[in-house]
Design a protein around this ligand. Structure first.
Ligand SMILES: C[S@@+](CC[C@H](N)C(=O)[O-])C[C@H]1O[C@@H](n2cnc3c(N)ncnc32)[C@H](O)[C@@H]1O
Length: 369
């Protein structure tokens, strides 16, 4: 059993009583995600991709959006999540947290206690007239600031205490290289990755956290370090290097252009576009990785993760929305039987299908015994 599979089983065991869906690669829990999150094992998740209530938008149809009288209370609440997200993330994991542009600066300061905040992604929506919120309708002369036509997505990697500017991988590499008794220059020479400008070449860049080695470069480095006889074990690439899979054909800048989800019956009021979530997940995870969403809504994160053959854990406080996530995950996984096996609850009983008027059983896909 690989480490992701083990972690997934441990997560399942930790939140079993709150699970309303337990499938081979998908868990859906109904409850307040903060206490649920506190039950999760350390370093068990590869990606936290989550979309909390924005607080600034004060939407009454989103649980929690009007819950905080003052900004500070919201920030204190988010700070509790940040500590837990740091704890449950693997050292090569990533965090995406959606927020309103008016809160992003203060959230950055807060997250920076536990994370290196790498990007403030600006999500802009090229929506057609009639589907562009107040943009078309509102009186422009009445504006007193630029009309907020974007949302923010903070992207961050776990930081190491006392050294916020070095990634865990950078620190790991420095430690293991020193243990092997090699200078940066020597290790660079051994793997043939000399930079043209920098004396330490690629290794120096990696240790500074400026970029990361490819799989091939890492394998060469692994071999070179172990050949010194001073390093016994080097973890596999997937367990140590934070994935960032990008090329010129993708949205590689920090301005993301994805249309909002058009209204449809059953749409969550804050549903995020599937293509955008897939973009985020594909770039920052390996297949099989565990993607956690603490504010599941209508389940868009879970569906994107499953489509990309990742494992998914969703938490949602509202029973009807949690049931909707379970139902959508069920529908998605039915089409993908080899990836998932039938769903059962913690007692091994088949779970009832929860979605409103559909009465049939959740004859779904559970973790193989
Ligand atoms: C902004 S919406 C997420 C929408 C989601 N990204 C989607 O695409 O459907 C936030 C969700 O978090 C849920 N929520 C609010 N407070 C929560 C809490 N303490 N624990 C779990 N879920 C919570 C709300 O019910 C809401 O569905």
């Amino acid at each position: 059993m690989n480490s992701r599979e083990q972690a997934f089983k441990r997560i399942k065991a930790a939140i079993e009583p709150e699970l309303i869906l337990s499938a081979a690669n998908a868990l859906v829990a109904n409850g307040d995600s903060l206490p649920l999150l506190r039950k999760l094992p350390d370093r068990s998740v590869s990606l936290v991709l989550t979309d909390p209530p924005y607080h600034a938008t004060k939407k009454r149809n989103i649980y929690g959006d009007t819950a905080f009288a003052e900004d500070q209370h919201y920030l204190e609440w988010m700070a509790e999540y940040a500590v837990e997200w740091r704890r449950v993330l693997r050292s090569n994991g990533s965090l995406f947290c959606f927020c309103d542009s008016s809160m992003s600066g203060r959230l950055d300061v807060l997250f920076s206690k536990n994370f290196n905040v790498l990007s403030h992604v600006v999500w802009t929506k090229p929506n057609d007239p009639g589907f562009d919120g107040w943009k078309g309708k509102m009186k422009k002369e009445a504006l007193r600031q630029w009309y907020p036509h974007s949302e923010r997505i903070l992207f961050a990697e776990p930081a190491t205490e006392g050294n916020l500017f070095r990634s865990p991988f950078a620190l790991f590499l420095r430690d293991v290289r020193k243990r092997a008794g090699l200078s940066m220059h020597q290790l660079t020479a051994k793997i043939g990755a000399h930079g043209k400008v920098n004396h330490g070449g690629a290794v120096s860049n990696w240790e500074d956290g400026r970029n990361t080695p490819s799989r091939e470069q890492y394998e060469k480095m692994r071999k070179a370090l172990m050949e010194t006889g001073k390093v016994e074990l080097m973890p596999p690439y997937e367990d140590v290097v934070r994935p960032f899979v990008m090329d010129a054909s993708k949205e590689f800048t920090d301005v993301w252009t994805f249309p909002s989800v058009r209204p449809y019956k059953g749409k969550h009021p804050a549903e995020k576009p599937a293509a955008m979530l897939e973009h985020a997940i594909e770039a920052t995870t390996f297949p099989g990785d565990i993607v956690l969403d603490c504010f599941g809504g209508g389940g868009s994160t879970a569906l994107a993760a499953l489509k990309l053959k990742r494992r998914t854990v969703s938490m949602e406080i509202e029973a009807t929305w949690a049931a909707e996530i379970a139902s959508r995950v069920e529908d998605a996984t039915e089409a993908d039987a080899p990836f998932l096996s039938p769903a059962r609850n913690g007692n091994g009983h088949a779970l009832p299908r929860i979605n409103g008027n559909k009465a049939r059983q959740l004859a779904l896909f559970t973790v193989g015994k």
